[in-house]
Design a protein around this ligand. Structure first.
Ligand code: AVI
Length: 323
């Protein structure tokens, strides 16, 4: 693949984007009804998510950014000169900038994302602002087994994986362990991972974070029904569903559902899927961990725990893990 001139390299693994119709049909046919949260993120869903990150109730983003800013000198000391950062998912850029600014002459930044357009846009914007750092991009499903392309061997500084935002929480613990073991294999012996993990805390705080007063999380959840209408020609009435999110203490996770307000049916691809009043379509899990629980998970995946930092309320944690 030809890299745009401002990038050190671009590798396109042409990841399958998933089949929304097949997945939605299978999810509606299953009991209980489910749908993958990956379908939240169309243009509108991504904008709503950015809005959620700014709400008073969703403490996650601002707490993590404050920690990243405060801990810059600690990261710089651990990483040394010439670090190669590999980010799993390319975000809005705020978090990676705190890291690029803090580290001592980082050599390279490599972003991995499934959305080609978003990946190239975000990486090229960074390339313009950090002309002395080699910027690379890999278009791939970052949860798949991956190897770093030879072009990524820019110097021999630390290979530092970066997975902020508690993205890991949206995986089941079993899938999280598998994904982390793949990251460890990709980074290789001597590598390290800096990962943000949301912590277990008072249920009221967790419940509020997923039920913001402005209704952005509700709109984000309901947007998946609008996508089914607009993109798949589903026949359904979004107003007949209600956003429902709560902390399931037994399973240690926030669950998001769309609850049917009446007996009704959704029609998709020529099939009718009946919903009883009160029945839900389960759209997302967001697992919360204690520091000890997450450390154990990371160790099972092949990492050695190095350092954990938390904010003053113990709401959120950053883990430095060594391969
Ligand atoms: C992206 N992910 C870490 C968010 C979370 O908190 O699980 C997605 C989200 N869902 C509702 N609010 C935010």
């Amino acid at each position: 693949n030809r890299a745009p001139a401002d990038l050190a390299f671009f590798e396109d693994l042409e990841p399958p984007l998933g089949d929304f119709l097949a997945d939605a049909s299978a999810g509606l046919a299953s009991a209980p009804k489910t749908l993958s949260p990956k379908y939240f993120y169309d243009q509108r869903g991504s904008e709503l998510f950015e809005g959620i990150c700014e709400t008073r109730e969703y403490y996650v983003t601002r707490t993590e950014i404050a920690l990243l800013e405060k801990l810059g000198p600690a990261f710089a000391e651990k990483a040394g000169k010439g670090t190669r950062i590999i980010e799993y998912g390319s975000g809005a850029g705020v978090k990676i900038r705190t890291l690029l600014d803090a580290l001592d002459e980082p050599a390279a930044y490599i972003a991995i994302d499934i959305s080609r357009e978003h990946l190239l846009g975000a990486t090229r914007t960074l390339a313009a602002d950090y002309p002395h750092i080699a910027m690379g991009a890999i278009c791939a499903d970052f949860t798949a087994p991956l190897t770093l392309p030879p072009e990524a061997a820019i110097g021999n500084g630390l290979a530092l994986g970066f997975l902020p935002g508690s993205t890991i929480g949206n995986f089941s613990p079993e899938m999280a362990e598998l994904f982390l073991s793949r990251i460890a294999a990709m980074l290789g012996k001597g590598g390290a991972l800096l990962i943000g993990v949301d912590l277990k805390k008072d249920k009221a705080v967790l419940d509020a974070a997923y039920n913001d007063a402005a209704g952005l999380t509700a709109a984000f959840n309901l947007n998946i029904l609008k996508r089914m209408q607009n993109e798949l020609g589903a026949v359904l009435e979004p107003d007949n569903f209600m956003h429902k999110a709560f902390f399931n203490e037994e399973k240690g996770r926030i669950e998001m559902h769309l609850e049917s307000l009446c007996d009704q049916a959704v029609e998709l691809g020529g099939t009718r899927y009946p919903f009883a009043k009160g029945e839900t379509l389960h759209t997302e899990n967001s697992h919360k961990y204690t520091v000890e629980e997450f450390t154990r998970l990371a160790e099972k995946a092949g990492f050695a725990a190095d350092t954990v930092w938390t904010d003053e309320n113990d709401y959120f944690s950053l883990h430095w893990l060594n391969v």
